[in-house]
Design a protein around this ligand. Structure first.
Ligand code: AP5
Ligand code: MG
Length: 218
């Protein structure tokens, strides 16, 4: 099964992608995570991407598209994959489609995670991430047992540079302008399923599984 998780910054793509990856035993491919790994290890790609990420802008398609195209050809993605944070504009969607056609594949479903703006800001401004294992926390909704330390691996947790107030606003504006048109794009292809992204993490996973397996959302 080839799945796209579409949603604004903070909609829960990363959180849900992890659950779905375990449930369906297919890899979660997060362009944000791949880019951040490159920034951390200071690769040329990472150094270039960082300028854009720090502003809340999209990294150029020329960088991101090749990255995804390589990743979906890897062996673990043969039976399927969950794209988290890609595509993010119409051009990326068109290139993805052409790449998949070339591989004799296609997208099976696009899950649109719907969360209101106020809640997005609340989630993003309180998010904390482990530097080592990338586990996600939230200062109010899911704090670590010991402040500043990851429950899973004991490493330091930090605030993403792009989770500062001004950058959050920029990211939301970019989402509305560049990414939101994909709702229409995938609706016209009858691939789009909107899902209520408010509730507990497990409830939302249930909503998504319902949409994938053709059950009612309620
Ligand atoms: P990326 O890393 O993809 O960030 P994003 O789209 O802004 O989304 P987030 O990761 O912030 O949110 P999410 O939807 O994953 O939510 P999460 O589960 O973490 O991209 C970062 C940057 O990289 C971009 O700005 C761009 O520069 C670049 N980039 C990436 N892809 C690109 C592309 N294709 N093209 C060009 N540039 C690209 O949840 C958020 C918080 O909420 C967490 O704290 C979590 O614990 C909490 N939370 C989750 N679910 C719930 C719930 N149900 N209730 C309460 N809290 C919850
Ligand atoms: Mg994410």
């Amino acid at each position: 099964m080839n799945l796209i998780l579409l949603g604004a910054p903070g909609a829960g793509k990363g959180t849900q992608g992890k659950n779905l990856s375990e449930r369906y035993r297919i890899p979660q491919i997060s362009t944000g995570d791949i880019l951040r790994a490159n920034v951390r290890s200071k690769t040329p790609l990472g150094l270039k991407a960082k300028e854009f990420m720090d502003k809340g802008a999209l990294v150029p398609d020329s960088i991101v598209v090749g990255m995804v195209s390589d990743r979906i050809r890897e062996e673990d993605a043969e039976k399927g994959f969950i794209l988290d944070g890609f595509p993010r504009n119409i051009n990326q969607a068109e290139v993805l489609e052409a790449t998949l056609v070339g591989l004799g594949k296609g997208i099976d479903r696009v899950i649109g995670m719907e969360v209101e703006r106020k809640e997005l800001v609340r989630r993003l401004s309180g998010r904390r991430v482990c530097r080592q294992c990338a586990e996600n926390y939230h200062v109010i909704f899911s704090p670590p047992m010991n402040i500043g330390t990851c429950d899973k691996c004991g490493s330091e947790i930090y605030q993403r540079d792009d989770d500062k107030e001004e950058t959050i606003e920029a990211r939301l504006a970019v989402y509305e302008k560049e990414t939101l048109p994909l709702v229409d794009y995938y609706s016209k292809k009858s691939l789009y399923s909107p899902v209520d992204g408010i509730g507990t993490v497990d409830q939302i996973t249930g909503n998504i599984v319902g949409a994938i397996e053709g059950r009612s959302n309620t």
